[in-house]
Design a protein around this ligand. Structure first.
Ligand code: MP5
Length: 203
């Protein structure tokens, strides 16, 4: 049922554009983001990725078959080098990774866990939305920034051909499902969390 992701994305076209047009994204591209803002994102997102790793393990446990398990195993394996990327950047920039996360971040993390309890179709929709939002945002930074950017490691992490292929595999898993109102709501929630997360770290 390849129209499932198309329907989700079409219904959220305006929110999706707001993510791509977010000042955090455009200022990262332009090299005009204040250091403190990027540092705040590093600390918040490090906590998020740690939660995300636990969520992904839980989602794998309810994956319906080997194809799904194998796609998710690829995603889980990529998180070790990703966390190392945050740790290296934090050490270089003097960011405290143990800082208490925002309530928004705690809420987003808690929502990830809750979504798994709603079953596989909702859980995989959430995973696709989270990863696609980061792929599109960082691909936009990749396409509009110079090669000497200090953000090269992060750009490569979420906009490489490998990550693009992973997001397409996730789309394939969502497209095996018929769209339900619960999936539509989950997709909408992730987009609202994503926008609020950029707002939070930019404030
Ligand atoms: C992702 C992220 C992508 N790191 N942070 C937010 C707020 N949304 C999405 O997830 P991952 O696990 O880093 O690929």
């Amino acid at each position: 049922m390849p129209e499932t992701t198309r329907a989700l994305l079409t219904a959220q076209a305006a929110a999706w554009q707001r993510i791509l047009d977010h000042p955090f994204v455009s200022r990262t591209s332009a090299g005009s983001l204040p250091k403190a803002t990027f540092d705040r994102w590093i600390a918040e997102d490090y906590f998020f990725v740690q939660s995300f790793e636990r969520y992904l393990a839980r989602l794998s446990a309810v994956a319906p078959d080997d194809e799904a398990r194998s796609v998710l195993a690829g995603g889980l394996a990529a998180l070790k080098p990703e966390l190392a990327l945050f740790e290296e950047a934090a050490a270089e920039r003097g960011v405290d990774l143990t800082a208490e996360p925002s309530l928004l971040n705690l809420g987003y993390s808690a929502y990830l866990f809750t979504s798994v309890e709603e079953g596989w179709p909702v859980g995989i929709t959430v995973l696709y939305a989270v990863e696609k939002a980061y792929y599109d945002a960082w691909a936009s930074v990749r396409d509009t920034t110079g090669a000497d950017t200090q953000y090269a490691g992060f750009i490569a992490n979420w906009s490489s051909p490998e990550f693009a292929a992973y997001v397409e595999q996730l789309a394939g898993l969502v497209d095996r499902e018929s769209l339900t109102p619960a999936m539509t709501l989950a997709f909408d929630r992730v987009l609202r969390f994503e926008l609020a997360f950029w707002d939070l770290v930019s404030a």
